[in-house]
Design a protein around this ligand. Sequence first.
Ligand code: SF4
Ligand code: SF4
Length: 395
Amino acid sequence: MSLLSVLTLDENELVACVACGLCLPHCPTYRVTGLEAASPRGRIAAMQAVQFGDAPLDATFERYMEECVQCRGCEAACPSSVPFGHLMEGARGVLHEQRRSERRWRRRLAEWLGYRLVLPRHRLLLALTWLLLVAQRLHLVPRRLGLPRLSVRSLARRLRVPAGDAPDAYLFTGCVMDAWQRDTHRAAIRVMAATGARPGLPRGGADCCGALHVHAGREEEARRLARRVIAALPGTAPVVVDSAGCAAAMKDYGRLLDTDEARTFATRVRDFSEWLARQPPPAVRADGGRVVVQDPCHLRHVQHADGAVREVLGRAYELAETDDDGLCCGAGGAYNALQPALATQIRDRKVEAIRRAAGDGRPRVASANPGCAMHLAAAGLDVRHPADLLAEALE
Ligand code: SF4
Ligand code: SF4
């Protein structure tokens, strides 16, 4: 073990945990395993043992950290305001630097392809999406992956916004969502226009917000992507984001880049529903039927915009609530690919909660995050983005 194999987390943040355990019921991995090592308190203790003691930064420590979904349910529940998300991102950053070479070559290749090659190059992602579409038509893509059914019509058409000078609000289009769920962007643009606002699109360069990179501890790459996003969205207009994970990351650009420009940019970022709730309400039919609301963790625990989703959806739908206090669904960015067994166990609980909330029949679920939507759809649920639901309900 190298002498450099130590954690360098913020000591004040690390000692803020008083080990009270009040966060444990809010932790999805603790709920499904019952193991202290899979709880927020256990993970913080492991970080403390490496940083302050002589515990090694080894494969066991890496596993404890990687089993965390980074949902931040613990952070929202913590009476001592322990910034768990920041601690975990720091631990992942050190693991990325110091343990990357120990990982299997297949994982290193997949990470290089995903984080370095494809996500920062939107045209390449779109080209690969066409190949994926062909594979889907040939029934080569398993349904359990939960990929939305890709559409030639949607992929072949660019997003369109009204012509004009400065927009009233931008819609951030991002990476995977623009490739796989572009119709949701179209729905968001329709709803934005129905408020009387003129929506605009980013200039070239806003290929990816870097949220997945931050989660994986690849902060330098995330910083490069964040600078490009900021440059592609000039002016002072709000930046509306219809992916909860992306919006949460973009609201944190001030901390990530530590510049005044980034801090100013972050104040312009709004989740789609958060922005919509403050606009003149578009005319909608109020008979859309029953919808179960699923709170993506980065919408509820990080952005605290879960109330806005209910406010805008409630104008057109009868809303049903789950009884699990907003527990994570297990999607967690790339978590369901890296930890499939835990992700499935966590999802099973969420699916049960959704079915209880729905009562009879096949539930329709509203989810404001594309990762959660795909993860839940892979379990057979009918999951829609609030923008899709509202666009359907427009007069
Ligand atoms: S993270 Fe907060 S809630 Fe959890 S054990 Fe530590 S102090 Fe208690
Ligand atoms: S971020 Fe989520 S999964 Fe990780 S320790 Fe906190 S509650 Fe558990």
